[in-house]
Ligand binder design. Structure first.
Ligand code: ADP
Length: 284
C-alpha cells in the first residue's frame, strides 16, 4: 500500500494519455459514475483543433468494488479485453470511446449458488486490489486502434477516501478533478473529507457538481428541492473555495438512459458517436 510519508512513489504520467481528469465523491450513489460517462462523452464531442478533429477521450472505471462502466456504456457481456503482445490490456469501445473497467476482467460465469458474478461484490485483499489498480492505471494500451494518445482520460474512482483514491493521488500525475455530491448533509460532510484528502495528496480540484439538486415538473419552472435546498452545498463550496461547476436536476431520463447503456448526453450532441461496437470510431 503506498504510504503518505518519505519514500513515496514518484507520480507518473499514464502512458498514451495527455490529461487525466478524476471524478470522485465522498459517498456512493450520488451520481459519480453517471457524471463520469456523461462528462467523457460530452468532452469527446468538443473540437480539438481548427480542422474539426474532436478530442480523443477515454474512460477508466477504477471503482473496482462496484464497477458500473460496463452497464452505463452498454458493454455488459462484451467479453474480456484482448492483450497486446507486451501484455497490456486493450480497451473495449462504446459510443466511440475506449473504455476500461475492472468489470471487464471479472469472470462472468455463474457461481455455485446459481447467481452471476455481476451480482457478486468483489472481496479482495489489499495487495490484490493495489495490483489491479496499478494494472488498470499503467498497463492499458490507450493508443490501441488509433495509434494516437488520448487527449483526456476520465477516471471514475470508488467513493470515499480509501486506498484506491490514495494510490491514485500518489501514483498518477492528475490534471484536474470533479467532486460530485448530492444536497444531503451526509453527502456534504463526506465531500469535505474528500476535498481535504485530495488537497493533502496534491490532486488539483477543478470544482464541485451538485447532482440531484432539484426536480422540475414537466412544463413548470419551479424548482422542487426533494433532497433539501442547495444551501449547505453552496456554503461548503464557498468555505472551501471550490468552484461550482454545475447543479444537475433529478432527471429520470438520465437514469433510464444509463440503464440502457446510452448516456443521456448523447441525446443532446450530434457530435457524439452512437455506435456500441468495439471497432475503432471515426475519431480514428
Ligand atoms: P455513483 O457512481 O455515485 O454510485 P451512479 O452514477 O451509479 O452513482 O448513480 C446512482 C443512481 O442514480 C443510478 O441509477 C443513476 O441512474 C441515478 N442518477 C444519477 N444521477 C441522477 C440524476 N441527476 N437524476 C436521476 N437519476 C440519477
Amino acid at each position: 500500500m503506498p504510504r503518505m510519508q518519505r519514500g513515496l512513489p514518484k507520480k507518473r504520467k499514464i502512458p498514451g494519455v495527455k490529461k487525466v481528469v478524476v471524478v470522485s465523491s465522498g459517498k456512493g450513489g450520488v451520481g459519480k459514475s453517471s457524471v463520469s460517462v456523461n462528462l467523457a462523452l460530452a468532452l469527446s464531442g468538443l473540437p480539438a483543433a481548427a480542422d474539426g478533429a474532436r478530442l480523443r477521450v477515454g474512460i477508466l472505471d477504477l471503482d473496482i468494488f462496484g464497477p458500473s462502466l460496463p452497464k452505463l456504456m452498454g458493454l455488459e457481456g462484451m467479453g474480456e479485453p484482448m492483450l497486446t503482445s507486451d501484455n497490456r490490456l486493450t480497451p473495449l469501445r462504446a459510443h466511440g470511446l475506449p473504455c476500461m473497467s475492472m468489470g471487464f476482467l471479472l469472470p462472468n460465469s455463474p457461481t455455485s449458488d446459481g447467481t452471476n458474478n455481476a451480482d457478486t461484490p468483489v472481496v479482495w485483499r489489499g495487495m490484490m486490489v493495489m495490483k489491479a489498480v496499478q494494472q488498470l492505471l499503467f498497463d492499458v494500451d490507450w493508443r490501441a486502434g488509433s495509434g494516437h494518445d488520448l487527449d483526456v482520460l476520465v477516471i471514475d474512482t470508488p467513493p470515499g477516501t480509501g486506498d484506491v483514491a490514495l494510490s491514485l493521488g500518489q501514483l498518477v500525475d492528475v490534471d484536474g478533478s470533479v467532486i460530485v455530491t448530492t444536497p444531503q448533509d451526509v453527502a456534504i460532510i463526506d465531500t469535505r473529507k474528500g476535498v481535504a484528502m485530495f488537497r493533502k495528496i496534491g490532486i488539483p480540484i477543478t470544482g464541485a457538481v451538485l447532482n440531484m439538486s432539484h426536480f422540475l415538473c414537466p412544463g413548470s419552472t419551479t424548482h422542487h428541492y426533494i433532497f433539501g435546498p442547495p444551501t449547505s452545498f453552496r456554503q461548503t463550496c464557498s468555505d472551501l473555495s471550490l468552484p461550482i461547476l454545475a447543479e444537475i436536476p433529478i432527471e429520470p431520463t438520465l437514469s433510464s438512459c444509463g440503464d440502457q447503456g446510452s448516456p443521456l448526453v448523447m441525446m443532446s450532441s450530434p457530435f457524439i458517436a452512437r455506435d456500441s461496437s468495439h471497432a475503432p470510431s471515426e475519431h480514428d
